[in-house]
Design a protein around this ligand. Sequence first.
Ligand SMILES: [Zn+2]
Ligand SMILES: [Zn+2]
Length: 253
Amino acid sequence: MRFASLGSGSRGNGSVVASQTTIVLVDCGFSYKEAVLRLKRLGLGPDDLSAIVVTHEHSDHVGGVEALSNKHSIPVYASRGTWIEVGEESYSNPIYINDLFSIGDIEVSPITVPHDAREPLQFVFSCNGIRLGILSDLGSVSHRVIEGFQDLDAISIEFNHDVELLNQGPYPAFLKSRVGGDFGHLNNEQACALLQRIVSDRLKTVVACHISETNNDSTRVQEGLDRVLENQNIQRLVATQSDGFNWIEIGTS
Ligand SMILES: [Zn+2]
Ligand SMILES: [Zn+2]
């Protein structure tokens, strides 16, 4: 299995998870034109996509899903709550919390997260025993999250903001409370504490994602990753809004 990102942050998200035969796009918060350009950077076109899996209805995750899906007849999977919020009356592929489902040879395990959306989910993708976690947009860490994201070979995990930078930053008070609240976004310390709970001998890759361009900086994120992962043999990367990150191979399938 391998994965990559079209871009990550509050102005648009999109991750790609691929096996030998199946390619899944997780969220698309970019316009159609932008998404096509960003897919091309990864050597892909929209017609290569087997499905789009949506985490929740916020525009940085769904903004480009409808256009991409309609123009290329790509099936979309989302929770019933997300379908309702995007105004779809027929839930074409509803995802039920804790119900595994498959797209081609990739098995998808949905996990509910504390975030201010109607029925937000994050996912673990498995193929031939390799497990990849995609985890962003959560304001706090629940037991379900800790349980669900164990035994991974790789994870993309939210490092949204630095508490100090958020507090000193330009956001209005209501937005600071929303972002920093239990249903907002993970700060660097929360992300580090969560990583400590899920790190294992098999974990080989950690990508920090959904980093705020206003309330964080990559040096602080990198320092956090290095502090938690120390000298373990774990690849660590920081995803950006403009470039996401390029393909990362995990396992052999
Ligand atoms: Zn988001
Ligand atoms: Zn969100």
